[in-house]
Design a protein around this ligand. Structure first.
Ligand code: C2E
Ligand code: CA
Ligand code: CA
Length: 719
């Protein structure tokens, strides 16, 4: 085939115009012709289809009038007009409205036509319906705007990297908020210049993921803020391939520093006591393990563990309220810090608490009113005892709590740790055992743990456990010891005394189990039981033998029962009412120790009970130091002279003189004297000689059960 052949098919000039016309008529693109005044002189079928106007309707009208609407862009219209006025071609895109009201875009190509060198005879316009393309563009633009908004508003820091230059080409505001760098600093790469070492491995992983085209993260890392502080972040990313093959990578950065801080606080608070801010039991245990490891590593090195319990904290807490109790604990914690500072300075010249902690000193709160101190290097009893003295010294000044001056002491149990100590739990347990021993010795005492202590404590635990159900199981009973008028030799009253037969331990002496019951608080329940039983026994005996039964029953009270005065009053009232015993027949025995532990409270309680008609006896008189003063201050009905006095009466002239003076004071104050522990006739004679009115002791009768007591009284009065 050669080119000239094609010319044979050219149309001749006669057929040409009709061919053009046919082509233009059938052309799928709208086409029209106007005269110079821009009136439509011809339009094709496609024009009618797009605009909705038939040829007849279109003829003689201007395209502007037919097509344009208020949405059509006026500047484009002006541009078209200007070009046509100058007789130039123009191509434009216009938004038009069809006859039916449909909006459509037309791309118009307008050309003047006519003979060369002459003014144009008119214009031809070839149009293309661009509506579909415009809608598509519009949709894409809206989509892009939405994505941009998402990008700008995202709380995630976002950056898009060009992996050829390894530089970010886009970033959002959140990223600037996270790292403090401006957009310009981020895009210039400035922000990436300073990276903490901890972040380097994460960056490596990211790069590798990008190379492999795999998603990355989330990985937690740390970046540097512009002002130098470290920011905890979580990072993730993905890479994309651009159409040209360029690799882009997204990096998403989430600021997790708030979460991290909360996590750290939580972790720390699990190891700290919230009230005092001191380490708690968890921390202490870890610390002890750590310190024990050191005893194994360093020959001869050791340390002490001191466990402290605030004396009478329960009373303070309950009488002043829990807020005051809390303040006291906080104040105590401060004093303990001082004690540690003082000792650490003495032992190793350390002058701050932080430095002492570095050395291994630790103060912990166990919960409640118990504290512990770990004292490194104090491996001898002497060293640990000196420290205990320092602690006591620091606690000496009173604390100012809610306007009151409160003085506190602690009981301290000490365990020494050395290379042979097996485990931290043993240390704490031993110190705890020693602390119980210290408490037993009284207030402000300290005790060192030794093995014998453990068996003693284990018996105490046995007793505590056994006591829980003793009266329910009928292991408790009351016995009564007669009180005799020394002048007539006749029994007039009796003291009730508790007896307990433990299933395995056998008879447990009341001194022993009552001490345990006082420590555990079980005494309140025991005391209540003893009171009800004593009153019931009095009533039974009076029902059986009203003429001769004991006029009075004397019941012992514990200081713990007195701590809760209201409850005690209620118990006494209930016992009297339930058993219909007259108040005058009941005598309550309290010791000086009980009175002195809360002088004002005791006075109120004694006064109230006496107003009810109940009699009060001071028990074990002469064993305390301020006994005589105590007698003058409180209104007792009876004073029971302790058996230790009576024992030495006939052996020691000095004791005899003191006893004599004591009986005189008692009688002069209008109180009744009762001598305890009277065992023989010599003592009876001596007591009679000094004017003592009553006696109680084996000479007259051992503690016995109710039936035996009543039999004894019957026998005495029938003679
Ligand atoms: P207490 O109140 O001083 O009781 C007198 C103690 O002296 C009793 O010991 C009694 O058996 C003993 N005793 C009596 N006559 C003689 C004697 O001639 N010579 C000698 N050496 N001792 C004599 P018990 O029964 O062992 O009681 C010991 C302590 O236990 C009581 O001392 C009392 O403080 C306490 N106690 C007993 N029962 C109760 C109770 O129901 N409640 C409370 N809170 N304490 C009680
Ligand atoms: Ca007594
Ligand atoms: Ca007594």
């Amino acid at each position: 085939m050669n080119a000239p052949l094609a010319h044979q098919h050219l149309l001749d000039s006669a057929t040409l115009p009709s061919a053009w016309r046919a082509l233009a008529e059938r052309c799928a693109q709208p086409a029209l012709v106007t005269d110079t005044t821009r009136r439509i002189t011809w339009a094709n079928a496609a024009f009618s289809e797009v605009t909705g106007y038939s040829l007849e309707e279109a003829l003689g009208r201007s395209p502007g009038e037919l097509l344009q609407c208020e949405q059509t862009d006026p500047t484009t219209i002006q541009r078209v007009r200007d070009a046509l006025n100058r007789g130039q071609s123009i191509r434009c895109q216009l938004l038009n409205r069809s006859r039916q009201g449909r909006l459509y875009w037309l791309d118009m190509d307008i050309h003047p036509f006519g003979l060369a060198g002459e003014a144009p005879r008119g214009f031809v316009a070839l149009a293309m319906d661009m509506t579909a393309q415009h809608e598509l563009q519009e949709r894409e633009a809206a989509h892009a705007r939405r994505l941009k908004a998402l990008f700008d508003l995202s709380p995630l820091g976002l950056a898009l990297f060009d992996m050829e230059t390894k530089r970010p080409i886009e970033c959002n505001a959140a990223l600037s908020r996270i790292n403090g760098f401006s957009r310009a600093d981020i895009l210039s790469g400035e922000a990436m210049r300073h990276v903490p070492d901890a972040h380097l491995p994460v960056r490596e992983v990211w790069m590798a993921s990008v190379r492999l085209g795999e998603p990355f993260g989330p990985l937690e890392s740390v970046i540097l803020h512009r002002d130098g502080h470290r920011v905890d972040v979580s990072m993730s990313g993905a890479s994309t391939q651009e159409p040209g093959g360029r690799r882009m990578a997204w990096l998403m950065v989430q600021d997790i520093s708030k979460r991290r801080t909360t996590e750290r606080l939580l972790a720390e608070s699990a190891r700290r006591d919230t009230l005092t801010g001191l380490p708690n039991r968890n921390r202490l245990d870890d610390h002890l393990e750590h310190m024990l490891a050191r005893t194994h590593a360093e020959a001869g090195w050791g340390f002490a563990v001191l466990l402290m319990d605030v004396d009478r904290f329960k009373v303070i807490n309950e009488s002043l309220g829990h807020d005051a109790g809390d303040s006291l604990l906080v104040s105590l914690a401060e004093r303990l810090k001082q004690a540690v500072m003082v000792s650490a300075r003495l032992v190793s010249g350390i002058d701050s608490l932080a430095a002492a902690e570095q050395e291994g000193w630790l103060i912990a709160r166990f919960g409640g009113d118990e504290f512990a101190i770990v004292a490194p290097g104090l491996s001898t009893q002497l060293a640990a005892a000196s420290f205990a003295e320092v602690v006591n010294g620091q606690l000496q000044p009173s604390h100012r709590i809610s306007g009151l001056e409160i003085q506190t002491t602690v009981s301290i149990g000490i365990a020494l740790a050395h290379a042979g100590t097996a485990a931290a739990v043993n240390l704490v347990r031993d110190a705890d055992t020693a602390m119980y021993e210290a408490k037993r010795l009284g207030r402000r005492q300290y005790a060192f743990f030794d093995e014998r202590m453990r068996s003693r404590i284990s018996r105490a635990l046995h007793i505590e456990e056994g006591l829980r159900h003793a009266h329910i199981r009928g292991q408790l009973r009351l016995v009564f010891q007669p009180i005799v008028d020394l002048e007539t030799g006749l029994p007039t009253a009796a003291e009730s005394l508790l007896r307990w037969t433990h299933p395995t331990l056998g008879q447990v002496p009341p001194d022993e189990f009552i001490a345990v019951a006082e420590e555990t608080g079980q005494i309140v329940e025991l005391g209540r039981w003893a009171l009800f039983e004593s009153c019931a026994a009095w009533t039974r005996m009076h029902r059986e033998a009203p003429e001769v039964a004991p006029q009075r029953i004397s019941v012992n009270l514990s200081r713990i029962q007195m701590d809760d005065g209201l409850r005690l009053l209620a118990t006494v009232r209930a016992a009297l009412t339930d058993t219909r015993m007259p108040p005058e027949a009941l005598q309550l025995e309290i010791t000086e120790r009980e009175v002195m532990s809360d002088p004002d409270g005791a006075r109120q309680l004694i006064d109230t009970l006496r107003r009810m008609g109940v009699r009060i006896a001071m028990d074990d008189f002469g064993t305390g130091s301020s006994s005589l003063a105590c007698l003058r201050e409180y209104a007792f009905d009876t004073v029971k002279i302790d058996k230790s006095f009576v024992k030495d009466l006939c052996r020691d002239a000095h004791v005899m003189a003191v006893a004599h003076a004591t009986v005189s004071v008692i009688e002069n104050l209008g109180m009744i004297s009762v001598a305890e522990g009277v065992e023989d006739d010599g003592e009876v004679a001596a007591l009679q000689g000094m004017g003592c009115r009553y006696g109680q002791g084996w000479r007259f009768g051992r503690p016995m059960d109710e039936a035996a007591l009543l039999a004894m009284f019957k026998a005495a009065y029938q003679r």
